[in-house]
Design a protein around this ligand. Sequence first.
Ligand code: ADP
Ligand code: MG
Length: 377
Amino acid sequence: MRTLDDLDVEGKRVLVRVDFNVPLDEQRRITDDARIRAALPTLRELREKGARLLLAAHLGRPKGRDEKFSLRPAAGRLAELLGEDVTLAESLDDVPDGDVVMLENVRFEPGETKNDRELAQRYAALADAYVDDAFGAAHRAHASTEAVAHLLPSAAGRLLEREVATMTGILRSPQRPLVAVVGGAKVTDKIGVLDAFLQRADRILIGGAMCFPFFKAQGHSVGESLCEEEGLEPARRVLARGGEKLRLPSDLVAGREFAADTETRALDRVDVPDGWMGLDIGRRTASGYAEVIGDAGTVFWNGPMGAFELEPFAAGTRTVAEAVAESDGVTVVGGGDSAAALAEFGLADRVTHLSTGGGASLELIEGKPLPGVEALS
Ligand code: ADP
Ligand code: MG
């Protein structure tokens, strides 16, 4: 993969694809600017090397032009962080000159998500070189992430470079033991990751609602727990292959419903009675997982251990997060909700690498080629 070291940018206008897909509140104020901050090293390096910047990014999933999905808040925040004026270009046909200019949401253009070549040519006509730093969008072949990379001298930015190096590093030559902690809502979302780690990890610790297809396959009752039917078959397969490596919870915390003020109950086993749903791993499981994490050379964590958004069911995820933060090994966290949990516990800066890309980091682990990365190779 080509990097900034391979690209001559002095005096050039560089189109930089960034991932500024930040969460906004009702007043369209940014509630977490981590993704904008993550792009700063690349943007500063390009400015120091004498480049003028033309930024491209998407926000949400707009259907056509829609002010609700404008990148104006992101442009404002970037200006503060960079200490330079950032001009927002409303239209591709009228892009102002300037040291730092930002295009409006690329998804306002219908050709963007179709990887349309004509749209990519319009982007390319506006710049002399292309840098992709949008790791969070690298698993999509879109006009601003894939097609345009073939039309200009192109390279990966520092964030994309680091994301790819970290993920491929833990797969190829991890410090052992390599422990994968996999949770979240659905087995089917994570089956590719489980398959990858069945081959490579020394231990796989499973939590979250994705336990229930495993438990059901083992003949346990799951009560009203979130239990994905399509997850049963993959869970059986993983159980058959997992052997000693695979660890499932041995106790749970249950609630009457998915709510913070619901009646709760600690279950000493994993059978969930009718009228109850399993919403967190139990204390014994959490401390057992923390011990394994403490002895790890490398930890990859994706997916919360329970419904951590609800305080009565956050303890399992918090215990795991703290163990990851305290580990002396290499620690990598991927996944939108896992990252949010880590941030909520104030531990985001205590891990080796917090990935900015949920889907993209999972696809890298699964060994799938990322279109945005392939285009730079
Ligand atoms: P990530 O974004 O980190 O990959 P996922 O999107 O797979 O994680 O899963 C996160 C979601 O899973 C959270 O919204 C959380 O509430 C939910 N979840 C985890 N455990 C449970 C559970 N036992 N019951 C219901 N929902 C759960
Ligand atoms: Mg998620």
